[in-house]
Design a protein. Sequence first.
Length: 106
Amino acid sequence: MSNETEQNFDELEDELIIDLRKSITVGSETVHQITLREPEGHEIELFHKAVDKIGPMGAVFVFIAAISGVSKQVISKMGARDLDKAQRYLMAFLDLSGSRQTGGKS
């Protein structure tokens, strides 16, 4: 890993709290914010397996749900801007570690 990559890893926040633009209720669960953190190896593996099984967007829902501890049903109801913020944060770890899938499956 180059010094530039190490520096970029150091610049990533340890966690990201996203205050949802719109609260989401699924059943008895109402969510106003989600908290993301650096993914662990097994969670990255889960993401890659999900890409192959359910496709890129479904895999993003699974990945965000696994990291945040919020149900996939809630994550799938997030607005586009909130989803984009969450996805960019998590994908930054994959881009920097070189573990992001390529070839149209990113």
